[in-house]
Design a protein around this ligand. Sequence first.
Ligand code: ATP
Ligand code: MG
Length: 275
Amino acid sequence: MIELVNIKKGFGDKEILKDVTVTMEAGKMNLIIGSSGSGKTVMMKCMVGLIELDSGSILYSGKDFTAMDNNQRKEIRKEIGMLFQGSALFDSMTVEQNVMFPLDMFSNDRTRDKKKRVQEVLDRVNLKEAGKKYPAEISGGMKKRVGIARSIVLNPKYLFCDEPNSGLDPQTSLVIDKLIKELTVEYNITTVMNTHDMNTVMESGDHIVYMFEGKKQWEGNNEEIIFSKDKRLNDFIFASEFLQDAKEMRQLDAFKDKNWRSNLKDRPGAREEKA
Ligand SMILES: Nc1ncnc2c1ncn2[C@@H]1O[C@H](COP(=O)(O)OP(=O)(O)OP(=O)(O)O)[C@@H](O)[C@H]1O
Ligand SMILES: [Mg+2]
């Protein structure tokens, strides 16, 4: 797991992250949601050390990343996979070469073993046949899958995805989400994902953190979010009439469940933060 403890970050006199404390859990899809500019990307960059904190600390499985020197951080970085917005593949390399890249950088395995590993992960993301193709020759959804294959090729303990679904159609987005979720559970990865995609939130949100103006406004899962009374969260998530209706229907379904009383006990905004 990854623990963020009282983290603060500003640029100039503008405070961006205002004392955020949150734990990203292992084997879960930890989703960070919030309006554009609420600090999601800055928070992710702080977590991987691309931005230094002003104060507070970040712990990887109990080890204080903030206090580490560059060599110690390298050891943690080896365990981190990253999926960038827009896939960020090398255009002049084939799919196989793209996925091989982290192995060439970080592993001393024999070429034969590295090739085997590349085939394994390409197989895992259903791209067995695409290895010899160049990024320009494959679709956006396939590129995302190559990005996923590359991000897991080193068997990461932690996986960061910043808006992995941007630019994909809803169906392809769900396929990508499902794949990331499966890998998260299968390999017990601590996955942190920034997203604007409400399908992702409702389908895959094991642990959702809602950021509002640099603060953690609410956290819970995709069931609790249906019952949350947090006005800001509701205005943000259920912005349209259509989504309001969907929310009410989900609530009704839950009430119909004969166990709803016991289910409800720790549900409605149980972990809500005061505004
Ligand atoms: N390197 C930087 N220097 C100065 N300000 C920055 C820097 N990086 C981010 N910011 C500011 O921090 C704020 C939060 O930005 P951030 O990119 O984290 O938002 P976000 O929640 O990821 O938004 P989006 O949903 O649009 O991706 C913005 O006001 C942005 O201008
Ligand atoms: Mg962002």
